[in-house]
Design a binder for this molecule. Sequence first.
Ligand SMILES: Nc1nc2c(c(=O)[nH]1)N[C@H]1C(S)=C(S)[C@@H](COP(=O)(O)OP(=O)(O)OC[C@H]3O[C@@H](n4cnc5c(N)ncnc54)[C@H](O)[C@@H]3O)O[C@H]1N2
Ligand code: MOO
Length: 400
Amino acid sequence: MLTVDEALKQILSHAGRQPTERAPLADVGGLVLAEEIVSDIDSPPFAKSLMDGYAVRGADLVEGKATLEVIGELAAGRESTLSLGPGTAIQIMTGAPIPTGADAVVMVERSNREGDQVHLDDASFLPNQNIMPRGRELTSGQRVLEPGWLLGGPECGLLATLGRVTPLVHRRPRLAVLATGDEIVPPDQQPASGQIRNSNESTVLALAQRAGVDVASLGIVGDDTRKLEELIREGLQADVLVLTGGVSAGKKDFVPEVLERLGVAKVFHHVALKPGKPVWFGRHADGLVFGLPGNPVSVLVCFELFVRTALRARQSRADALPELVPATLTADWHYPTRRETYHPARMRMTSSAWEVTPLPWFGSPDLCAVTNANGLLVGPVTDQLHPAGSVMSVLPLRRD
Ligand SMILES: Nc1nc2c(c(=O)[nH]1)N[C@H]1C(S)=C(S)[C@@H](COP(=O)(O)OP(=O)(O)OC[C@H]3O[C@@H](n4cnc5c(N)ncnc54)[C@H](O)[C@@H]3O)O[C@H]1N2
Ligand code: MOO
């Protein structure tokens, strides 16, 4: 059986790429850039004042002191026609262009104005202070963003600075989810004897929405190959189709055979993972299909490990793989397991490191325990006890 690491490598190599498109800057937050961005401007475009105060010639100040004649005023947004001669100052606002002749700005708090005269007293005065030179942030011709970068606040702000209002991005992935199983009923229904409500769809939709993906729900299909085929066909229109249930060894576990019959090429089935062992992954012409085991925590773990990685890889993100963090066990943990286990846990940052405490948990159907978790503690294959103080790996569960 594949290990989790081997399965992740398979996902990276089969993920494919989302097509690229130009999108309005207002819509690209959370998407991934697909072009190199080279600045065609200097920023700031002119030397500007970083403070409200007086533009001066450093040579006029002795130990930060001078009395100067104020010859004008400069607000941000105005171009300066004034120039500074010996013994003069110009009142200037933050963001305004530095006038010719000035080489420092003294903050207004260090001044005392009397009519056209200003007395300056700035004990910490330094030449060139409070001026941001032209091109200090970036210069024309400088490469500022690379393909594969996630567009967050600073990146979108920088694109706006450069006037790049329709950047080339990887199209937002579309994910469709289909829950399978005769016993599953919609959450707004009262389950009859032997039935349970569909929790997996809501779990997957919420995780996918938070991952910045467009989502569609295909509802529930019973264990009926003809109906399954029909709905899977519809689901294959999405970039990523996620099915839940019907992938293990039961007599009605039809999902793998129907997928293969519809031309989805199996990449793997079964990973040495708990929960989530029967997970199925395949690809077709334009997209990917995950058959997640029906148990609710298997769905969560497989989404965090595999679906999220695929979504990131399809957008060419360099950080596609799950990022585990080291954390110190707060108490002895005896968890003998023959499959690498992702166990609900609470992480806490101390002054110097992460600590982790496994939570009480009754296995893959126990979703309730996970609502208290902020991480999945990785239990390696072992029958040995992990003593308190051991450094373990944890997969953080981000809720923001
Ligand atoms: N003989 C074997 N039996 C099982 C194996 C195995 O290797 N050999 N694997 C076990 C493991 S591990 C898991 S996990 C489950 C997964 O099985 P399936 O993917 O076929 O899932 P189902 O049997 O359809 O459902 C499992 C469980 O989850 C509940 N479920 C299903 N869908 C939903 C939903 N949408 N919302 C909430 N709960 C759902 C379902 O009622 C079952 O209780 O197989 C083991 N068996
Ligand atoms: O792997 Mo199953 O997901 O243990 O419950």
